[in-house]
Design a protein around this ligand. Structure first.
Ligand code: NAP
Length: 258
């Protein structure tokens, strides 16, 4: 179904690890030319090397999504290396926990700056190249946290992730006549390298709250991103897809006992 993606030029932000790395590797396996972006060049290069080792095409690039010049340089690097920008996966995000009574203005700004402003800066940097070819697929990584659920310590994060969906809807309308779609994947709890630091008790509790009784994999998210990026999804825009094993569905804990 996704043969149409072969040869496409794809940018993935926040791709040095976690979900972004999974998305980059998945697009690499689909035959795309991938620009692997994170603030740390060595880590971005390591993921690009994984794609190359499997016969794909990739390059690492160091850029901070909170800085407009970095995002413009990122778009220029994709054009230089791969000749176009067909797909942008705006995935970079941070999630430092702080409850409201201790959350500082700086922490709030950092989360909004990376997750929401970073979405705007990465998307806007890629638009001239996409508009020039009247083709583009933009896939945002949002979350169930914010758009659907709340978790103590993550008010700033939830606001940023819900904000991404507000951004997406207007962007989708503005870009509809340019052949550019804008959609979002909303992961539930996904197994990433960072999960080990959070601890076994958290993982056990989270797993128990998922009707499928397993946490998600990075491939679960990457496959959805791949679908939104495909030719075949060309009539879908401004939509969000929850990928959470059913986590947001139970009406109460009783749902697990019936
Ligand atoms: P992660 O493992 O911590 O990886 C985050 C990535 O973002 C890293 O590659 C990091 O690389 C990069 N990054 C952070 N700040 C950046 C910046 N200012 N500029 C450029 N790159 C930056 O996170 P993850 O769990 O994979 O999460 C990825 C996305 O999925 C986030 O948007 C997150 O909100 C969302 N999400 C995750 C989950 C989950 O369960 N993991 C659930 C829902 C939503 P450098 O440090 O090298 O810059």
């Amino acid at each position: 179904m996704f043969n149409s993606l072969a040869g496409r030029s794809v940018i993935v932000t926040g791709a040095s690890k976690g979900i972004g790395r999974g998305i980059a590797l998945r697009f690499g396996r689909a035959g795309c030319k991938v620009l692997v972006v994170s603030r740390r060049l060595a880590e971005a290069n390591a993921v690009a090397a994984e794609i190359l080792a499997h016969g794909g095409t990739a390059r690492g690039f160091a850029a901070d999504v909170t800085r407009q010049p970095d995002m413009q340089a990122m778009a220029a690097a994709a054009l230089d290396a791969h000749g176009a920008i067909d797909v942008l996966c705006a995935n970079a995000g941070i999630f430092p926990a702080a409850k409201l009574d201790e959350m500082t203005e700086a922490q709030f700004d950092a989360v909004i700056g990376t997750n929401l402003k970073g979405t705007f800066l990465s998307v806007s940097a890629c638009l001239p190249a996409m508009k020039a070819r009247q083709f583009g697929r933009i896939v945002l990584t949002s979350s169930i946290t914010g758009p659907f659920t709340g978790l103590p310590g993550w008010a700033h994060y939830g606001a940023s992730k819900a904000g991404q969906l507000g951004f997406m809807r207007t962007a989708a309308v503005e870009l509809a006549t340019h052949g550019i779609t804008v959609n979002a994947v909303l992961p539930g709890n996904i197994v990433t390298e960072g999960l080990a630091d959070i601890g076994e008790a958290y993982v056990r509790a989270m797993t128990a709250s998922v009707p499928m009784r397993r946490l998600g994999s990075v491939d679960d998210i990457a496959n959805a991103a791949l679908f939104f990026a495909s030719e075949e999804a060309g009539y879908i825009t401004g939509q969000s897809l929850v990928i959470d094993g059913g986590q947001i569905l139970p009406e109460s804990l009783v749902a697990f006992e019936l």
